[in-house]
Design a protein around this ligand. Sequence first.
Ligand code: MSP
Length: 513
Amino acid sequence: MSNKPFYITTAIDYANGAPHLGHAYEKVLTDVIVRFQRLHGREVHFLTGLDEHGQKVQQAAAARDIPPQQACDEVAALFQQLLQDLNISNDDFIRTTQPRHKMVVQRYLQKLFDEGLIYKAEYTGYYSVSQEQFVLEKDKNPDGTWPAIFGTVSCITEANYFFKLSQYQGWLIEFLNANPDWVFPKFRQKQVLEFLKDPINDLCISRPKERLTWGIELPFDSDFVTYVWFDALVNYASAVDTTGQWPADAHVIGKDILVPPHAVYWPCMLHALGLALPRQLIVHGWWTISGDKASKSAGNATNSLQLANTYGTDAFRYYLIREMNVGQDSDFSEEQFKTRYRTDLGNDLGNLLNRLLNMGLRQTQSTVPATPEANSLEEQPERELRKLWASTATRYLELATTYQFHTALEALWGFIREMNRYMEHRAPWKLGKSTAPADRTRLEACLAHIAEGLRLTAVALTPVMPGISAKIQTHIGLTPATRFAEQLEWSSQTAGARLSTQAILFPPIETIP
Ligand code: MSP
């Protein structure tokens, strides 16, 4: 493995409105991947940012009668607040209006132009303003109308600059066939190959300034700015232009921007520039809200972010990661959120810690007892619990390496529920009343096992719920672990730890204002 940090990016969001659930999810998902890497001891560089140029941003600013840069600055502040609210551990935040980015875009354009890979031509075609792209006859509905997604479509003729995209089609197909895991999940890579079955056209990479001023000027023709996708994709490379961190190990994106931007334009641009390709595209599905797209127009997509403020960042992160199977779509519902909050978080996890602290206070002066010697406790339930942990930890980490976080959490909760059943079975509240030495041993074994089991759970859960995990470890009297190494095996390190007397990890919903 190279010493280069694991370099991962999210898509950069359009600066034409406030953040919504889809943006939040992508940040949380990427942050979870990043925190897993860091806990495994890998150095990470995590980039996110804002896509500030183009028609959509220009139009949004015009509608508010303010200069586009001012509109972008306002939106940037909202997105940076979102990153804080969600406890996202990004290392950098790029904005495409920054000089560091513009400089690189212009350098790339000039290089392609000098090498004859960008040429000027006249083009007549149908143009969709809302999608900022030319559309073709074949994109029409069977009844001859344009699909609603294109908005108003008009026929225009203009001179523009084109990137010789089409000449890379054969190379790209070969590349994809040679690298079947380039796009995760695999079925999305098939969609890319499907798209490439038809010939692709050269890519129009300019917009005349009469139509669009809000963009990066072409270095070889000041009457034009560059097309927003040519500008935006470059962010991944421009942000690390001087650091030697390119190529990215992974780009995390939504399914809507895989084909053609990330899986066709971007690899071809990089190849033409003589640059390495990103190692993987991780493509997540879309959140719907009771069936509707969680887009900006649906106010409840923005409102859903309020849940993080009301119920806590970690509860919100847990819900998003537990609910969504990364490749698929998922439906967001406040009811379902509350159910998970009450059951998974409150009943299963929160109560378990409370029971431990309670019993500790009553029975062991809030000190975690040492696990009795194996020979004095040849009993089945403890052995079973330790065995279950060993298989759970292996499965949890394995599932996480293939981004199956929802099933990883399901497996972890299997262990948490088993700890609850084990505690019910041992019933230390009853054992405490007995004077038999064997019962005292059982009681101590029970508290030691719950404390250790909770420690392990908290360490494993750190990438998803960093705040809650640290809290649990602190309540058990430990310093929160920052590495998985040697921290995910059953140990005796909780023995002698000082328990706190009470914890409220997840306040009951009825008590939340
Ligand atoms: N600006 C472009 C991306 C340029 S990347 C070089 C863009 N911006 S966006 O704001 O529309 O979307 C940003 C990301 O959010 C995309 O990956 C998109 O898939 C994701 N989501 C937007 N709405 C979403 C949902 N409803 N659900 C999940 N993710 C969604 O595209």
